[in-house]
Write a protein that binds this ligand. Structure first.
Ligand SMILES: C[S@@+](CC[C@H](N)C(=O)[O-])C[C@H]1O[C@@H](n2cnc3c(N)ncnc32)[C@H](O)[C@@H]1O
Length: 331
């Protein structure tokens, strides 16, 4: 049996390694480790930090198995560079930034538990704090890349021609799937400030002719018609059940018969106590939205059935989040 004391200690200190990572990211330490090995003093001087603090941080990164230390000099192993550097091909930089930003609401979790009220609001932040909106949207892109590739392997989207990406954020799924399938065209629907970021990504991908943006509020505005693929990635968790059900109905209504709906997002299994990441995410989103929740898989399947979707399939993928529910609109 697992030692209870060890388990409690592990949980109590679990945040520390993560904070080392986030602080290194925030202070530019990873980008200072891209060249030949450097001493703590060299990193400190380059970044205007204290030698003492940098040395502790670098030693902690080495102890975590992230940095290498040899002869009092530090470096990053080749395989970590794409993930940790700001402009790395698989950069998780903005995601680390977002994770740090989310610590503050977690520190106020007692207020949430006492009152049931959220501590801050993602939608207020996206709509009215341009710098945070930018970082959040970039973080979505960092986080979404792996998921787009994994889903594309699992779901038959190869024959689709007209896709709607509801609350598409930076448009990562649309862009990666259009890159993969040259006959696919996509519309990213989101609020105007977020779409300004999406437009930059569209330009960067060189997909202006096939990926367009549609400003709007998906609860209130028309979504268009005759899509053969509608994606709801990481949006249902922001809303309470009734809104989720209505949104799934609206998404199904804008599909042509035979069209596919894909829901990717956090979702718990029956009983709401697994998988762990999804259960913890439910706390996270409770801190950040008035009614959000990692809706259980079963609930999403019910919504799809009520909306006239058949051939429903649920599976989990090796990405964050893991939950996928998909189906096809009945003819
Ligand atoms: C967590 S992000 C997910 C972005 C993207 N789907 C992804 O998975 O990378 C949620 C997105 O939904 C958008 N969103 C939330 N509520 C919305 C609404 N009522 N109308 C339009 N967009 C909305 C947000 O602006 C944000 O870009």
């Amino acid at each position: 049996m697992e030692n209870i004391e060890d388990k409690i200690s592990g949980l109590l200190h679990g945040y520390q390694g993560g904070l080392v990572l986030m602080t290194a990211c925030e202070l530019g330490v990873f980008d200072a480790l891209t060249g030949p090995p450097v001493s703590a003093l060299e990193v400190a001087e380059k970044l205007g930090l204290s030698e003492k603090g940098v040395e502790r941080l670098l030693n902690a990164l080495a102890a975590l198995g992230i940095a290498a230390k040899d002869n009092e000099k530090y470096s990053l192993p080749e395989e970590w560079l794409p993930y940790l550097t700001k402009d790395g091909e698989r950069s998780m930089h903005q995601w680390m930034w977002l994770s740090k930003k989310l610590i503050q609401p977690w520190l106020e979790m007692d207020r949430f538990v006492r009152s049931g009220e959220n501590i801050s609001s993602i939608m207020d932040m996206l709509g009215s704090e341009p710098e945070n909106m930018r970082a959040f949207t970039d973080a979505m892109h960092d986080k979404g890349l792996k998921a787009t590739w994994t889903l594309a392997r699992e779901i038959p989207i190869g024959d689709c021609k007209k896709m709607l990406d509801l609350g598409g954020g930076p448009g990562t799924y649309s862009l990666e799937w259009c890159k993969l399938h040259p006959h696919l065209k996509a519309t990213i629907l989101d609020i105007p400030p977020v779409l300004e970021v999406a437009k930059e990504y569209i330009k960067r991908y060189g997909l202006k002719d096939r990926v367009t943006t549609k400003p709007g509020d998906f609860h209130k505005d028309g979504l268009g018609t005759e899509y053969d693929l509608v994606l709801l990635a990481n949006i249902l968790h922001m809303y309470e059940g009734d809104q989720g059900r209505a949104l799934v109905q609206k998404a199904a209504d804008c599909l042509a018969p035979g069209g596919r709906i894909v829901i990717h997002g956090f979702c718990t299994d029956d009983g709401d106590v697994a998988p762990l990441n999804d259960v913890l995410f439910s706390v996270n989103i409770g801190l950040l939205t008035p009614g959000g929740r990692a809706h259980p898989v079963k609930e999403k399947i019910d919504w799809l059935e009520a909306a006239g979707i058949g051939e429903i399939r649920h599976f989990r993928v090796d990405a964050v989040p893991t939950g996928v529910v998909t189906g096809v609109k009945k003819g």
